[in-house]
Every structure is written in C-alpha cells, then in structure tokens.
Design a protein around this ligand. Structure first.
Ligand code: GLA
Length: 724
C-alpha cells in the first residue's frame, strides 16, 4: 500500500467550493445557488490542478421530486419538502418544525474545515467538522448543533454526517449477528428504498455493527472502488443507506432517532458522534487494510509506556479463567491455573467473573465490588503477587454498569437503575442497568474502579456489559428531558474510561459485552482490545474473524483457545487447529489447562513461542483474505505482510475435504516481487517440492502449494516467510 502521505484542504471563495485531499482520496463539496451545502465528489485523488465549478442544485425532476430532495446535501435539515433521510430534525416551542440550513461561514482547522450552517430564519446553528488523514485519506465528520435562540428546541434526529454517491450499481456490505454469532458479513445489491442498520438497545449491539462498505458493482476482495464508513458511537445508533428515486445513494448515520428527543436549551450545544469515511480503489481488501491502519494509528489509545508510538503494542498473550472455572474462582484454584499458564509462556493472567460480593452464580453480587472473603480470605494480593512472581501481569473482570437486584448496592439504591417509576423492571441475566447518566452513579462507578486500581497492582480490566436496556427512564429529570439518557449515558461511559486511563496511565482495558456487543470506533478510543464473541468454537471463529476484520484490525481481536469438544457446537477439534485459529488474531488461552496432557502443553508452548515471534506481522500487518471461509467453503486462508514487507505469515484451514480435492494453490500478495523470501512452517508442511527460498514474484505469481496429505476435517497449517 503506497500513500501519497500528504493532505491539504482548500476553499475557493469565488466558486464557494471546499476540497479535502489525503492519501489517495479527494473529497469536494460546495455551496449551491440556494445556499445549501452540496456534495460534489468523493473518490480517487485528483490532480492539484483540477478545479470544480460552483455547486448547482439538481433540477426539479417533477412536482413530486423537488430539487431539495434530489440534491445531495451534506447536512440537510428537515424542511422545504425534503423526503429523503434528514440529517437534522427539530421542533421549536411554537410548533414550527421546518428547518432549512444554509451556509454562513467557514474556518480552516487542523487537517480540515469547520463549516457553519444556520437556519434561514432562526438562530439554530450547525457547525460541521471535516478532517482528512494525510496517510489514509480517511475523513472524520461530525456536527455541533447550537441553540443561540431564546427558547428550547427539541432535537428529534441528529446525524453525524451524510455521505452521497452518484447513481450506479452498488453492493452494500454490513455486519450482522446475534449473541454467539456476531460478525456475519451480509452482502446485497443496493435497491430502491432504504436499508436501515441500527441498534435501539442503548449500546452498540451484537445484532448489527455501525460499519458499512459500498462497492461499485459486485463484491470483490482485490479490485474495484469501495466507499466505507464507521460510526464512533457506543449508544443507540442508526445508519440508513437509501437509493432515491433517481438512483443516487445516500448514507446517513448518527444518533438513533428512535425514541430520541434532546431538549437543547438556549446557549446549549449537542455534539454528534464522529462518522469516519474512507475510499479505496483496491476492493474490500484494500478498504479494510486502510481502516486497520487508521485504527492502529489514530483511534486506539496508548498507555504511558507506548505514548507517541505509531502503533499500540501487540497484545500480551493472555490466560483467562472463565471457561475453566466460571464463577468458581478462589485463591488456590487461580494460583494453580496461573502456574500452568506461566509454563506455557503466557504474558498476562486474567481472573474473570466470580471474585467479588456474593457472586456464586449470575443471580447475585453485581454492584458489590468488594473481594469475596470466602474465596480470597487475604484479598487479591497473594494471587497478584504469585502471578507477578511467575513473570505475568494481572488482569481482572468487572461489569461496572450493572447491578443484580440481589446485591447490597441495589438494596441501598433501587433508584439508580434505568426505570419508569411504578412499571416493572425487566431483568436480563438477572440484572438491571445502572443509569450511568446520573452523576451519583457515575461517581460511584469511577470511585470503585479507581479504588480497585489504586489498591491493587492491576494491569488490565476486562470491562463487561451483559445486557441491553429496557424501560430507559431517568426519573430525576422532568419527563421532556429524560430522553437525554441516550446521549448522557454513553458520554459518561467515555468520560469514566478517559479519567481512569489518565489516572492509571498504564492500565489496559478490554471492551466486552457478552462477546462482541460493544465494538465500535467510539469505545475503541478508550479500550485496547475487544472480546469478539463468547463463541470460542475454532471453526465458527474463522468466519467470525473473517467478518470482524472487514471493519476492525486483528490487533484488537482477542481469540482464546478453549476446550474440545466445544461447549456450543459439541465439535471436537485438535489443539493444533484451535491454536492456529486463535493465532489469526490476538492469542489467548481459555481452556482448563490443568487437564492438558504433557503433549498438549508442549504443543501450546511451542506455538505460543512461534506466535510471539511473528505476532506484530499478524495483528498489525496488511491483511489479505486469500480464500474466504464464508458460504460453506471447504477451505480458507489468510496472509499478512508487515509494513516494510520483510515478513509475511500465511494461515490455511480445511473445513472438510470432499472428493479428494487438494488445497488450492495460494497465490500470495503484498510481497516485494524483487526480494527473496525463505519459507518456514510454523505448523504443518508445504508440498515437498516447495523451494526453501524464492522471490516475492515466485510466491505471488507461482504460489504456495500445501502438502499432498493436507486433507481431512478441521486441519490447519501456518507458514512464515522472511526476506533474506
Ligand atoms: C460474559 C463474557 C464472558 C464472561 C462472562 C462472565 O458473557 O462475555 O467472557 O466474562 O460474561 O460472567
């Protein structure tokens, strides 16, 4: 991937045209003759000498399709006969609901512009923020809505941005799923009407993820134009992809307007989330490589130790106790597991649920964040000391935003949960959601976490969130103000995470929500990794990992090796297969390693050693999906290449061979054709006549053949190539 590595943002005051250039991308919009902000171009980088004439609104198609509705506006208010998705919809106290936003002024900012819009009559202002990244050409767009009037205004719908594409045949890619089955890549032709991708659940959700990619024509991994975007918001969100009556496409995303109603008082502002957008001419693979790099460089946090580094450090290889012990944790048991984990070469030991309050199962204890005295009579210190003496650091599970009704916290503060007074409080997993929007709840959550991290030498928190909202009332506020909870809850969550990281600058955090229910570019500004799914079946994980990496870098994709047969599908697989499946991401071990045979222990130890040596290439390199595991494929394969093309790692998996078919020849990608690369197996064998060393051109044009006996069910192989 070569970047132009420069950016510029220019405004032509005569034509009133704004232009942003970065990476291999140009984005252009202008003020049209009516005064609206109109999109003019989004695609491959244009020559500096190319200019655009002033924006002209689309002509009226018919009396039913006015120019207001067919003109691709950058940020349209709902008014003047707009029938497509508005960016902003408001109600004024006098009943007026017409909002027409026209250009006022602009200001250059670091890497872009702030463009000010205002309603044609009333003092509602919208400041649109635009920024382009020099390396990747990724755009960051968001809006600040300001009430400079005398009375309150209710915002019923507020997008971060709207993106527009001209009429053509497109394929929409998006990610859907359920608990235990997140990250299904769904692909469909864009057709007239709207496709709504959303969460109404108060958090990001397992069921849909705030990411999209639109490809011109049919889906293609390696070729063709792709426009993609990701919304940085962990509350209820919505992305609407619509094809209008003239076949133009718009993508509008931001706060979910369902049950939304934010009262903006005089002088108040509402900031929307950021909607990132990118463009690649190298197919879906090119799009995800750009996005991965952008996440690594610009989204993911750094600790004090990694401050200023281009990429965050690769994740420590962890051991996690959940599948081995569930709630049955205690000092002796965890120490025994820690010893086994250390012998495998694990870097971090994480104790999961069960260590606090009266937490014997999922019926009680959430909210009571004291160390359970029966399980840990001397507190956590002896365990943490033992873990340290074994050469690992220590991590702990928490679920800060939740409470079991059977807890001291709930008995003391029944009013702290989301609820409508007098109505039932629906439990899920026997728990209720604390209203984090409340200042007292925010103080409590920050307080106990700060104390935990101050009093104990904890390097890592697994921050869980095991249900979605119901009855989202905030009864401290007057009825018309209560819907603020959709914004205030998530902002307080971000605030707590930011403050904790500032006060404990070396602590790392994982975002977990019963698996992958809270993964988005908003939470990823404050968390170092995520738990993609509670489903750890190594075969299911291949498809999940494939889907996940369309939107997110393998750096954050935690993948544990657990026991066989697997608890979910009852499927039996070899340890080698399980290890290689997890080694595609950030490796962890979550099995009951007390029960492992000496052979299993030795194999895992060897592979963890191999993994450590190539981990940076796997999780931070350029990812090529050579063969997709989707759609019942017999085979799958991925390859990653590091930034200077000195190393590459290849993974090959067999689901189940049929009719004796051999593994397809793998034509590698992204190597330096002129350089020589030596190949070495990490696990498995190449065909016996494979050269020990050959040019990048050989590996890419001739390709790599697997051993002729690489057949059967659930088989795996991995290779590394090193430049000579
Ligand atoms: C969630 C997480 C699991 C585990 C349990 C503990 O389901 O996703 O990994 O931590 O909670 O209760």
């Amino acid at each position: 991937m070569t970047h132009a590595q420069s950016s510029s943002s220019t405004f032509d005051p005569a034509a009133k045209v704004f232009r942003l250039d970065g990476g291999r991308v140009t984005y252009v919009f202008g003020v049209n003759s009516r005064g609206e902000l109109q999109q003019l171009y989004w695609g491959g980088r244009l020559a500096g000498s190319d200019t655009f004439p002033a924006a002209k609104p689309m002509p009226e198609w018919s009396s039913f399709d006015s120019s207001y509705t067919t003109t691709p506006q950058e940020y349209a208010g709902w008014g003047s006969g707009l029938y497509v998705e508005p960016a902003l919809k408001v109600t004024f106290p006098d009943g007026n609901r017409d909002l027409v936003l026209h250009y006022e002024s602009n200001q250059p900012t670091d890497g872009g512009f702030d463009v000010v819009l205002k309603d044609i009559q009333r003092p509602i202002y919208v400041i649109l923020h635009y920024r382009i990244d020099a390396g990747s050409g990724m755009l960051a767009r968001s809006a600040t809505i300001e009430n400079r009037g005398e009375g309150p205004v209710t915002i019923e719908q507020a997008a971060a941005a709207a993106w527009a594409l001209p009429p053509a045949h497109y394929t929409l890619n998006y990610l859907t799923g359920r608990w235990g089955g997140e990250w299904t890549l769904t692909q469909e032709a864009i057709a007239p009407g709207s496709r709504v991708i959303e969460s109404r659940r108060g958090s990001t959700s397992h069921q849909a993820n705030p990411w999209f990619a639109i490809q011109a024509g049919a889906p293609d991994e390696d070729h063709g134009e792709v426009w993609f975007g990701a919304l940085a918001w962990s509350g209820s969100w919505r992305i609407t992809v619509e094809q209008d009556q003239l076949d133009a496409v718009r993508v509008t995303g931001g706060f979910n307007p369902f049950d939304f109603g934010y009262v903006l008082h005089p002088g108040e502002k509402l900031e929307t989330p950021v909607f990132y957008g990118g463009y690649s001419s190298d197919g879906l693979g090119g799009a995800s490589r750009l996005l991965h790099r952008f996440e690594l460089e610009h989204i993911l946090p750094r600790t004090a130790k990694t401050a200023g580094q281009t990429f965050p450090r690769p994740r420590p290889v962890i051991y996690n106790s959940w599948e081995a012990t569930e709630f049955n944790v205690n000092e002796a048991g965890q120490m025994a597991l820690a010893e086994k984990a250390a012998a495998l070469g694990v870097d971090r030991f994480v104790m999961d649920d069960g260590w606090f309050g009266q937490r014997k199962n999922d019926h009680a204890g959430l909210g009571d964040w004291y160390v359970n005295p029966e399980k840990f009579p001397h507190g956590l210190k002896p365990l943490i000391d033992r873990v340290h003496s074994l050469g690992m650091d220590f991590g702990l599970w928490v679920e800060p935003e939740m409470v079991n009704p059977d807890s001291d916290l709930y008995r003391a503060h029944p009013d702290w949960v989301l609820n409508f007074p007098g109505r039932p409080r629906s439990e899920q997993r026997n728990q209720l959601v604390l209203n984090l929007a409340r200042q007292d709840v925010r103080d409590f959550v920050f307080g106990f976490l700060d104390k935990l991290l101050t009093e104990n030498d904890i390097a890592f928190l697994k921050w869980d969130y095991n249900r979605n909202w119901s009855e989202p009332g905030w009864d401290q506020l007057p009825p018309e103000e209560q819907k603020r909870v959709y914004v205030a809850f998530t902002r307080n969550l971000y605030g707590i995470l930011a403050e904790l990281r500032q006060k404990h600058p070396n602590v790392e955090i994982e975002s977990c929500s019963g698996g992958g229910g809270r993964v988005d570019l908003g939470i990823l500004r404050y968390t170092d990794e995520v738990w993609p799914s509670d489903n750890t079946d190594p075969f299911d994980r291949l498809t999940q990992q494939d889907g996940f990496t369309y939107a997110y870098t393998p750096q954050i994709m935690m993948a544990w090796v657990t026991d066989s047969p697997h608890w979910l599908n009852k499927r039996s697989t070899s340890l080698s297969y399980r290890m290689l499946s997890s080694m595609q991401g950030s490796l962890g071990i979550g099995a009951n390693i007390e029960k492992w045979t000496p052979e299993e222990t030795a194999l895992a130890k060897r592979l963890i050693g191999e993994y450590h040596k190539v981990q940076a290439t796997i999780v931070q390199g350029s990812l090529y999906r050579l063969i997709s595991p989707r759609n019942g494929s017999e085979f799958s394969a991925t390859q990653t290449v590091n930034a200077d093309k000195s190393q590459s790692v290849v993974f090959a998996f067999i689901h189940s061979t049929q009719e004796g078919r051999g593994f397809p020849r793998l034509k590698l990608e992204g190597l330096d054709p002129a350089a020589e690369y030596a190949i070495r197996p990490i696990e498995g064998k190449a065909r016996s006549d494979t050269p020990a060393q050959a040019s990048g051109a050989w590996w890419m044009s001739h390709g790599l053949d697997m051993d002729v006996d690489f057949r059967g069910d659930f088989q795996a192989a991995a290779f590394r190539l090193d430049r000579k």
